[in-house]
Design a protein around this ligand. Structure first.
Ligand code: 3H9
Length: 701
């Protein structure tokens, strides 16, 4: 049955799209639209109304079709058919009209919407551009600046903003959309409203400054570093101001096809689906009951504890922070209040909202005040003894059924669970710093964690707008376990010949949000030093992998906060400059290890750092620590600044070719020994049996 149906009510032909979950413009929808519009030209209807069932208007082209050969009719032609209709067409919007969905609305002659509706052109987030007239019709209707902002930001705007921008024509207060849109269409018929085709409108050449295009090119070269689609978007909008509609559409089509075929778009589309996939836990039935979480306590009001608390206050959930004394507690509460007030000062939230959120966070120094909370998250110092003390107390005071979570980054959650008489209620909720900003939440499911605790944690993560990924227990879970191998290789490259600036620049040029040594300076070399002190020599590994940060720490160079680390920082501006004396230190320490440093190419730096990540990723997968390869990609892209347009380390490995990855790892084993370069067994098996990662994943379902 076609997802597009047609009926005539009160002389208006109503075209309804019913293609759950989001009415995406699949092949069947495109075929149905063209057939229906053609058929309606000759019936008794006076005008047509396009509307959707379900929770939203059309959310765009069907992204899952982009990896396959395109099938006619193509969307730009479908929308041309709509726009060229001799009968007036009105689009009625609710939910989200996004991408090709909003382009569909723009090709109708009039647009009306519920006040709660949102419209947007988010293609840039998928490495694409609006490829069904969005870059040509939007500037014609709303002007060049509005079009550039809408398309390049990828962010949806409200119906009222779209009305002000002339992108829609009428907004209804809430109520039944179909009834109101029908009346609106009949009104247009009664007024003999003209067929208003966006393609026929002219852009006023005096309405924009010709320099605007280069300004946006520059801004987006920085904002979306290395990405092609933003630059092509500017080219297309500029073309709309210079070419006629037909020629502009050709330019848009070429640019769209170029983007669709690119690895960047493949990477971003992979991450779009991977994020949604990560929310599905394979062995957790979808209908698993969840526990009611209305109140939360955080143990520890430091930077991490405060950041975690803010997530809940932002979602309107009361939260209590516990500290060991009034001083520490007041400091923590003051810190959170300062962040909220500075957000209000920057107009990110209203002053009223800021005070409301501050009021949702209370404090205590008494464990007895936690008797009634539904969830406790411990965010104290990373020491198993300290955790033991906290969890023993929590076990004594918390009510039955309360979920006891730890924010530990590395420690054994199975061991922590045994500090309580209710290991089934213990789980890891690993937030990433700054916890109120970073989207990733690793949810660590310990051996005895019961299903409803796991399901509750996943549901809560979505409520506070995090991207949750399940990990099982091991040292560092998914993200930090991989990070350790990456950081070890950073240190090995330093000892063997690379400079801090070279390593950081190579990785940033490749697309990482920050260089690894800049991150180390930002996080503080004291933190990593203290963490290392808790490890045995065997756990610490090859001394070459930590000697330099130990020396810098011992010199008092603990990073940005002390004014120096791998770099020197201006005390006022925090501007970073290279420090030649650090290279002298590296040279000296390398000599002490008997290593003669040699120039290293940027390519080798990238190769070694990325292979260290990938090899560990495969080990994590073979041990079942992560459910699927794409979950590892989500962790790395949302928590560690890996470029989303490369799709995460596991997709990057597949793009590069698993055999090439395996050979390179084996070559490093030859040159550097097998302490760090033993290839993962899974990787080796896949290469030896010529099996793709996706085939292997399917076979292990
Ligand atoms: C485009 O339009 C190109 C054109 O300009 C040119 C063409 C020539 N396709 O996010 P949710 C699935 S590019 C296929 O969990 P929510 C999604 O995978 C497109 N599937 O719900 C999930 O499946 P599952 C431009 C899609 O309520 C289910 O729907 N448009 C698509 O949190 C529910 O999704 C966009 O980029 C799609 N377009 O959020 C919009 N969209 O249940 C992308 C969703 O199996 N979509 N699915 O996991 C979104 O931003 C959000 O999905 C939306 C709903 C806000 C709509």
């Amino acid at each position: 049955m076609s997802p597009v149906s047609y009926e005539i009510i009160e002389n208006i032909g109503i075209i309804t799209i019913d293609n759950p979950p989001v009415n995406a413009l699949s092949h069947a929808v495109r075929v149905g639209l063209v057939e229906t519009v053609h058929q309606a030209q000759n019936d008794e209807s006076d005008a047509l109304l396009l509307i959707c069932t379900g929770k939203t208007f059309i959310a765009g082209a069907d992204i899952s079709e982009f990896g396959k050969p395109p099938q006619e009719p193509f969307l730009p032609d479908v929308l041309n058919t709509l726009e060229q209709s001799d009968k007036l067409i009105v689009a009625a919007l609710h939910g989200q009209a996004l991408g090709g969905g909003f382009e569909t609305a723009l090709s109708c002659h009039y647009r009306c919407a519920l006040a709660s509706a949102k419209v947007g052109l988010p293609e840039v987030n998928l490495g694409l551009l609006p490829g069904a007239g969005g870059t040509q019709r939007t500037p014609r209707l709303a002007g060049v600046k509005v079009a550039l902002d809408l398309i390049l930001s990828g962010k949806p705007i409200s119906a009222s903003t779209a009305l002000e921008d002339h992108l829609i024509d009428h907004v209804f207060a809430e109520g039944d959309l179909k009834t109101q849109a029908l009346a609106y269409t009949k009104g247009l018929v009664a007024q003999k409203a003209p067929l208003r085709r966006a393609s026929e409108q002219e852009i006023d050449q005096n309405s924009f400054d010709g320099a605007i295009f280069d300004q946006y090119r520059k801004t987006y070269a920085k904002k979306l570093r290395n990405q092609n689609s933003p630059q092509l978007i500017v080219d297309c909008v500029e073309a709309a101001t210079k070419e006629n509609f037909t020629d502009g559409m050709k330019i848009e089509r070429d640019a769209f096809l170029q983007c669709r075929a690119s690895d960047q778009s493949a990477g971003l589309r992979h991450i779009f689906f991977a994020e949604r996939q990560a929310a599905k836990i394979k062995d957790l039935p979808r209908d698993t009951a969840t526990r009611d979480i209305q109140s939360i306590a955080i143990i520890g009001a430091g930077l991490m504890g405060g950041g975690i608390a803010m997530n809940f206050a932002n979602a309107g959930i009361p939260v209590k922070m516990l500290e060991i004394n009034d001083d520490a507690l007041n400091k923590g509460l003051a810190n959170v209040a300062k962040i909220y007030r500075s957000m209000a000062a920057k107009n990110r939230i209203s002053p009223k909202e800021s005070e409301k959120r501050i009021a949702l966070i209370s404090g205590t120094t008494d464990y007895n005040d936690l008797q009634d909370v539904d969830l406790v998250i411990e965010a104290v110092f990373e020491s198993i003894e300290v955790k033991k003390d906290v969890f023993t107390k929590l076990d004594q005071v918390c009510k039955d059924g309360a979920i006891l979570a730890t924010n530990t980054s590395y420690l054994d959650i199975n061991e922590i669970a045994q500090f309580t008489k209710r290991p089934q209620d213990v789980i890891g909720l690993h937030f990433f710093s700054p916890a109120h900003i970073m989207k990733l939440l690793e949810i660590v499911r310990a051996d005895e964690t019961v299903d409803d605790v796991m399901a509750s944690a996943m549901a809560l993560a979505r409520k506070i707008k995090k991207v949750p990924v399940q990990a099982r227990v091991c040292y560092g879970f998914i993200g930090n376990r991989m990070l350790r191998q990456y950081q070890r290789e950073v240190q090995m490259c330093l000892i063997e010949g690379a400079s801090p600036e070279q390593i950081d620049k190579s990785m940033m040029d490749w697309g990482m949000a920050m260089g690894p040594l800049m991150v180390a300076d930002l996080a503080g070399l004291d933190i990593s030093y203290k963490a290392r002190q808790a490890l045995s020599d065997e756990q610490k590994g090859d001394p070459k992998s930590y000697r330099i940060p130990d020396v810098l720490f011992e010199m008092g160079r603990i990073g940005q906060k002390s004014g120096s680390g791998y770099y020197i920082y201006d005390p006022q501006t925090k501007a970073r400059t290279a420090d030649p004396s650090v290279n002298d230190i590296i040279e000296r320490e390398a000599a002490a290890f008997g290593v003669t440093r040699k120039a290293m190419s940027d390519e080798e730096v990238l190769n070694r750092l990325s292979l260290a990540l990938i090899n560990e990723g495969f080990k994590i997968l073979e041990e079942g620590i992560a459910q699927r390869a794409s979950d590892i990609d989500v962790v790395y892209c949302f928590g560690y600044g890996f470029p989303k347009y490369r799709g995460g380390p596991m997709l990057f490995a597949q793009t590069r070719g698993l055999d090439k990855v395996y050979q390179d790892i084996c070559a490093y084993r030859e040159s550097h020994g097998d302490l760090y370069w033993t290839p993962s067994k899974l990787l080796q098996n896949l290469v030896e049996t010529n099996t793709s990662l996706s085939d292997w994943e399917e076979s292990t379902q």
